[in-house]
Design a protein around this ligand. Sequence first.
Ligand code: IMP
Ligand code: MG
Length: 207
Amino acid sequence: MFGQNVAASVSKSPASRTRWKLSVVCETIRPQSRAMEVLLSRDEIADAVGRIGQQISQDFTGESVVLIGVLKGACLFLADLARQIELDATFDFIAVRSYGTKKQTAGEVQLIKDVITPLRDMNVVLVEDILDTGLTLTFLRKHLLAHQPRAFKIAALLDKPSRRMVPVQADYVGFQIPDKFVVGYGLDYAERYRNLPDICVLQDVAE
Ligand code: IMP
Ligand code: MG
């Protein structure tokens, strides 16, 4: 009986349940709890992901695509984006390690997990959480172009153009954002906060 009541109240108010969860996550995993400012809400994110999905579906009408997610930050974006693409699609994942601080890439990018899908003559869409200095995507673009795909596009949910150190652009961008460190929806600070449903600005953290 108790279980039934809980299930009924949860299904009636999913939005309030996730708001509650967000505050619990913030209070339990941050040493000193501070309010995190929501920069992009889950609804705004969903709209942008839908728009990018439509663009990719139009650009590759009648063809198939391989979506390559950059682990780990892009996994939520890829999962949602894939469901907005009305094409024959397959997934693969790639992972890099970049040296630097918890908040930024310093320069050297190293491949730690390669794709297993043959990419020659395939339509490849590289799916990344955020384009910051551009070092990671410059490295990955060169690495993946060596496989000689038929087409190669980059989808980045976020873009911080003011931070660019090397010239690289995404073909599909969800949002251009200011120079703030953000977490949530896959993005982390020292591996935390990836599971926040909104994208939030993390303030007062060590470089
Ligand atoms: P880039 O090589 O400097 O373009 O950095 C790209 C990577 O840095 C992203 O894949 C993220 O993992 C990380 N990154 C850059 N800015 C942020 C941020 O604001 N929050 C979380 N991770 C970030
Ligand atoms: Mg990343």
